[in-house]
Design a protein around this ligand. Structure first.
Ligand code: EZ4
Ligand code: CO
Length: 402
C-alpha cells in the first residue's frame, strides 16, 4: 500500500483553515488539520515544499516510522510550524488506518473509557452583569463546565470578549489589532466576577478562567489565592510558560488548579511542569503537538504524575482537529475536560462531521476513521484572507503578551 498523492487545502469559511488530504493507491483517503492561527501559509509551504515530496510512495500503515522520519529526520526539530505539519500527516494516517480497519478511531486507540466527552463553553460579556447572564445561558444549554471572561472596567478591550453570545473569534482580517492591557485593573476585577458567578449559580457548575499569559508569576499567585473561595475548575495560562520553573512560585502559594500548554508543541515543553507536579491540566492540542502519536505519549507521561488532559479547542482548531481530539478524549484514561468553542455554520458545512453535542458533552460519533471530511468544492468558495491575532501593549506603549 502506498501514499500516491497529497493536497493542502486552504479555506476561510469565516476564518482560515489549513487542511491536508492524503490519497492512497487503495482509494482510502485521510484528512488532518494543519492550522496555525495567523501563520497559516508557513505551514502550507512546510507541507508542500518539504513534507509531501518525502511522503509520496511511502506505506501509510507505518505511522510511527513516518512520525519519527518527519521529527528526527528534519534535524531542525520542534516548533509550532513543524509540529502542526507533522500532526496533519499523523492524523490523516490514523484516519486512513481506522477506515481500513472499519472502526471509529477511538476503537483503534483502545476503545472508549467514557460515554461522551465533557466540554466547557465560552461565556463572555462586556461587563460583570452581562457575563453572569452569559454563563446562565450556557447552563440552560446543558453545559456543566463554563469558561467566564469579561470586559474589565477601564480597559477598552479584553481577551475573550467577543462578537455576540455564542461565538468568540480573536483573529481579525487585516493587520494585527492593537489592544491595551493593565494588570492592576484586571486583578482588582476578576475575583468580583467569580464571586458574582457563585452567588448566582451556586457551587454546581465547573467554572474556568483564561488569563492568557498576562501575569508575572507573583501576580498569578495572588490571583490564584484570591480565587480560592470560588473553587475554579482551573486557572489557565496564568503566566507565560517558556520558563517551566516559573510555575513553581505560583504553585507554592495557591491551591487553585492550574492549566497550561495550548501553545506547547512537544513533550519537552511540558516535561518539567508535569514531572514536578506544577500543573493539574495539560492543554496541548492534537494539531499543535505532533498529532495523536505524540499527544498519546504526553498523556501517558502526565498520568504518571496525576496530571489530566484539557485539550485546547478554540475555533482556530478546525473540525478535523476536533474530530481527532474527541476520539482521543473518549479513550484517554486521564481525561479532564475538552474546550469547545463552536464553529460557525459556514465552517461546519465545509467540514462535514460525525461528532455532536448532547447534554454538556461532545460525542465522536460512530463513523469509521475520525469522522470528519472536507467538502473541497464548498471550501473553494472561501479563499484565504490574511488575518492576525491581536497584539497587546501596556498603557505606556510597551509591548506585552496578548
Ligand atoms: O487565544 O486559540 O483557550 N483558548 C484560547 C484561544 C487562543 C486562540 C489563539 O489562536 O486561549 O482563544
Ligand atoms: Co487559552
Amino acid at each position: 500500500m502506498k501514499i500516491d498523492a497529497a493536497k493542502v487545502i486552504v479555506c476561510s469559511p469565516g476564518r482560515n483553515f489549513v487542511t491536508l488530504k492524503l490519497f492512497t493507491d487503495q482509494g482510502v483517503t485521510g484528512v488532518g488539520d494543519a492550522t496555525v492561527n495567523g501563520r497559516e501559509k508557513a505551514v502550507v509551504a512546510y507541507l508542500e515544499e518539504h513534507v509531501i515530496p518525502c511522503l509520496i510512495g511511502r506505506d501509510p500503515r507505518r505511522i510511527e516510522d513516518i512520525w519519527q522520519y518527519l521529527y528526527r529526520g528534519a534535524y531542525w526539530r520542534r516548533g509550532p510550524i513543524t509540529m502542526a505539519a507533522i500532526s496533519a500527516v499523523d492524523v490523516a494516517l490514523w484516519d486512513i488506518k481506522a477506515k481500513m480497519a472499519g472502526m471509529p478511531l477511538v476503537d483503534l486507540l483502545g476503545g472508549r473509557s467514557r460515554d461522551g466527552v465533557m466540554v466547557y463553553g465560552h461565556a463572555n460579556g462586556a461587563d460583570l452583569a452581562e457575563t453572569v447572564d452569559a454563563v446562565g445561558r450556557y447552563i440552560e444549554l446543558g453545559y456543566r463546565a463554563i469558561r467566564a471572561q469579561s470586559g474589565v472596567p477601564g480597559l477598552a478591550k479584553a481577551y475573550g470578549v467577543g462578537r455576540g453570545d455564542l461565538h468568540y473569534e480573536p483573529a481579525g482580517v487585516g493587520l494585527p489589532d492593537e489592544t491595551v492591557w493593565d494588570t492592576r485593573k484586571y486583578l482588582a476585577y476578576v475575583p468580583k466576577l467569580f464571586e458574582a458567578l457563585r452567588d448566582a449559580y451556586g457551587p454546581g457548575p465547573h467554572l474556568l478562567h483564561d488569563v492568557h499569559h498576562r501575569l508575572t508569576p507573583l501576580e498569578a499567585a495572588q490571583l490564584g489565592k484570591a480565587l480560592e473561595p470560588y473553587n475554579l475548575f482551573w486557572l489557565e495560562d496564568a503566566t507565560p510558560a517558556e520558563n517551566q520553573e516559573a510555575f513553581r512560585l505560583i504553585r507554592q502559594h495557591t491551591t487553585t488548579p492550574l492549566a497550561v500548554g495550548e501553545v506547547f508543541n512537544t513533550i519537552w515543553d511540558a516535561k518539567d511542569l508535569i514531572s514536578n507536579q506544577l500543573i493539574d491540566y495539560i492543554r496541548m492540542a492534537v494539531v499543535h503537538s505532533g498529532g495523536l502519536t505524540h499527544l498519546r505519549r504526553i498523556a501517558d507521561f502526565a498520568a504518571v504524575w496525576g496530571v489530566r488532559t484539557g485539550c485546547h479547542g478554540a475555533t482556530d482548531l478546525s473540525p478535523v482537529c476536533m474530530g481527532a481530539a474527541l476520539h482521543f478524549d473518549a479513550w484517554v484514561p486521564n481525561f479532564g475536560v475538552q474546550e469547545y468553542m463552536r464553529h460557525t455554520e459556514e465552517t461546519d458545512a465545509v467540514f462535514p462531521h460525525a461528532y455532536y453535542f448532547e447534554a454538556g458533552a461532545l460525542h465522536p460519533g460512530d463513523a469509521v476513521g475520525h469522522g470528519v471530511d472536507i467538502d473541497e468544492a464548498l471550501a473553494a468558495k472561501y479563499p484565504y484572507e490574511r488575518a492576525y491575532l491581536p497584539v497587546a501593549r501596556l498603557e505606556d506603549g510597551t509591548m506585552w503578551n496578548w
